[in-house]
Design a protein around this ligand. Structure first.
Ligand SMILES: Nc1ncnc2c1ncn2[C@@H]1O[C@H](COP(=O)(O)OP(=O)(O)O)[C@@H](O)[C@H]1O
Ligand SMILES: [Mg+2]
Length: 150
């Protein structure tokens, strides 16, 4: 029996993405399987165009695989209820390449960090969320008083 602390948290089994091209069907990802045990931080390395982004899009649930499955906590992610999907989204997240591009200058600074705090119910109120964001900004030497408003 597998000890709970080494049991895989996230499993990918036979994940493939087959796409139609002018030259016929082609695979962006072919039959990828791996398991991530709790507390481990594996890396994924490959040359440009080898399918890393496509694999991660399928793992995060942004794109359905053409074959294979993602399991989280032993259960297939594809069969999650809305509530299960929310728990998955809270625990399986990505830091995208070029994260600075995620910041839209038309929004105030709290626009992005407040979304998970309120969306996942991690704080009791908007006021607490803004206080938390202000504290995090101050901790890295930014001046939240100049940016965070109402
Ligand atoms: N829907 C699609 N149709 C055709 N080709 C695709 C499609 N999706 C991905 N590809 C191709 O699959 C390959 C893998 O892409 P990608 O996952 O972005 O690789 P990486 O992130 O490792 O650079 C690329 O050559 C990409 O152009
Ligand atoms: Mg990529």
């Amino acid at each position: 029996m597998t000890a709970p602390e080494t049991a895989p948290v996230l499993e990918v089994e036979g994940l493939s993405d087959e796409c139609a091209t002018r030259g016929g069907p082609a695979f962006a990802v072919t039959d990828v399987s791996f398991a991530v045990p709790r507390g481990r931080r594996p890396g994924l390395v490959g040359e440009s165009g080898s399918g890393k982004t496509t694999l991660m899009r399928m793992l995060l649930g942004f794109q359905a695989p053409t074959a294979g499955a993602v399991r989280f906590g032993g259960r297939p992610a594809a069969g999650f209820s809305a509530e299960g999907r929310k728990a998955f989204r809270r625990q399986v997240q990505a830091v995208f390449q070029a994260p600075f591009e995620a910041f839209n200058p038309f929004y105030r600074i709290e626009h992005l960090p407040i979304a998970p705090l309120l969306g996942f119910g991690l704080v009791p109120s908007r006021k607490t969320a803004l206080d938390r964001i202000a504290a995090a900004m101050a901790a890295v030497g930014l001046r939240p008083g100049m940016a965070i408003g109402t």
